[in-house]
Design a protein around this ligand. Structure first.
Ligand code: BES
Ligand code: MN
Ligand code: MN
Length: 462
């Protein structure tokens, strides 16, 4: 029998080349200058799915970028796996921090990827990880190893908040009906410590604007006599955390799911090296909410972070000016039971209430979503764990993740199915950062592991 491993050995070069071609298209969903490239990527994914063996493939228009849908139904009585992924990528800037151009993929060796890693925007998040599923399907179809039905839903707006996916899912419930949803858009602990992500944080993302005087002013003529929006904004932001790094918004923690001591002890068993963590980031100390460990702070605890802040004069040299306006983009990562719309409300009323007289505050919510937790006692998780045991020779560690894929909780609500997050990237792969990469070993290991998920899931389900 042809095993995934043999098939991969035979087709490795082609698997890599195909991904490289996909990575060359700058599918930056946030920047309308790239809209044709985003559309071209949808077409490329459509072709890839049909080459891999889907019987039906469609590029379905939405108000925004299209959703690529594909399916291979071998027997309506068999279980169905729905694969979700995204073909859009984050903007690559700051460009000057890339060692090679973000859309000219190169393979280079790194300390953690001695077999080489593909450097390009989207290599790991999520083109590379999404494409593992396309190649795993190819293996199963070409070798008569597909044990169940499969559907693909690959979107082009994940990095900008999946604005049109909710409606699509609500309108196509029958078409998307499935027994389990499978996503590779997260990471794992290390190449020799496989892990399965069992939770995602929710998100509320807002932009704030503080306005003082109706025009920019001479900072000598007016300085000291009127509220400076930048001074005020930074003071307001500083007031959002107390001395223990707790968030000060009234009601913010009311619904936070507190883990039991037992659950926290279980979590603490996941391998983690604080010294190595600090070293890779070149920081002398970690920082965060009092009373929680680093792994707790970045997964089971909510956060509030400024993602960008601007205003006033930032050109060369000095200009004496009090700006009329100051701005910041703020994200709040949320944990199960916190409702993102409610949190956005709480933030807005609190932020307005702490503004001093003499300024006005405008708040624009961007996007958001709920958190998610996968139970580890369901068939999907067990099938995934067996798949990792087969290809890694080790039982994967369940690990709550800190990132967000807001659409996952919506899938559960609309489609009534659980999601299994089989991520093969590493935290150090620099997603959303300059020099994003994805290990060649990880890419191929993903392609090898996925078919076993299908096999064990189908066996456990019948
Ligand atoms: N793939 C990431 C999410 C992720 C990465 C989860 C690693 C867990 C581990 C996804 O593409 C992403 O970037 N999501 C955004 C949210 C989205 C609404 C823009 C995020 O987490 O910032
Ligand atoms: Mn992603
Ligand atoms: Mn992302």
């Amino acid at each position: 029998m042809q095993t995934p491993n043999n098939y991969i050995k035979e087709h490795k070069e082609r698997f890599l080349n195909e991904l490289v071609e996909l990575l060359k298209i700058p599918s930056i969903s946030a920047d309308t200058a790239y809209s044709q490239d985003v559309l071209n990527t949808a077409t490329a994914v459509e072709k890839a799915l049909s080459n891999a063996g889907c019987d039906i493939v469609e590029v379905i228009d939405t108000e925004g970028y299209p959703i690529v849908y594909g399916e291979k139904i071998i027997d309506p009585n068999l279980p169905t796996v729905l694969v979700y992924g995204h073909y859009d990528v984050q903007p690559p800037d700051p460009l000057d921090l890339w060692d090679s151009p973000p859309f000219e993929p190169v393979i280079k060796k790194t300390k953690l990827h001695p077999e080489g890693a593909i450097f390009a925007r989207g290599a790991c998040d999520d083109k590379g990880q999404m494409y593992m599923h396309v190649k795993a399907l190819e293996y199963m179809v070409k070798n008569d190893q597909l044990p169940c039905n499969v559907k693909f839903m690959i979107e082009g707006e994940e990095e900008v908040g999946s604005k049109n996916l909710a409606q699509f899912v609500a309108e196509h419930k029958d078409r998307l009906a499935n027994d389990i949803i499978l996503i590779s858009d997260t990471g794992m602990i290390a190449n020799d410590i496989p892990s399965i992500t069992t939770g995602l944080r929710g998100l509320s993302y807002v932009e704030v604007e503080v306005t003082g005087p109706n025009r920019d002013l001479h900072s000598g003529l007016y300085g000291g006599a009127v509220a400076n929006p930048i001074n005020v904004l930074t003071k307001m932001i500083a007031a959002l955390h107390d001395e223990n790094n707790h968030i000060t918004i009234p009601g913010f923690y009311d619904k936070v799911e507190e883990l039991s001591q037992e659950e926290r002890q279980e979590m603490a068993k996941a391998p983690f090296n604080l010294e190595a963590y600090k070293e890779t980031l070149n920081i002398s100390a970690v920082y965060g909410e009092t009373g929680y460990t680093t792994n707790e702070r970045n997964s089971i605890r909510p956060t509030l972070d400024v993602n960008g802040i601007w205003g006033g004069y930032i050109g060369e040299g000095a200009k004496t000016v009090i700006a009329s306006k100051a701005y910041a983009k703020i994200s709040m990562r949320l944990v199960p039971n916190q409702d993102w719309e409610e949190i956005t409300q709480l933030f807005s009323s609190h932020f307005k209430s702490i503004a001093p007289e003499g300024v006005t505050v405008k708040i624009t919510p961007h996007h958001g979503g709920q958190g998610y937790v996968t139970p580890i006692d369901n068939i999907g998780y067990r099938a995934a764990a067996k798949a990792y045991e087969t290809t890694f020779g080790k039982t994967p560690v369940p690990q709550r993740g800190g990132g967000s894929i807001p659409i996952v909780s919506l899938f559960e609500k609309e489609l009534k199915s659980k999601t299994i997050l089989m991520g093969f990237g590493l935290d150090s792969d620099a997603i959303h950062s300059p020099n994003e990469h994805f290990g060649v070993w990880n890419y191929l290991k993903g392609i090898e592991t996925i078919p076993y998920f299908y096999k064990y899931f189908s066996e456990l389900k019948s």
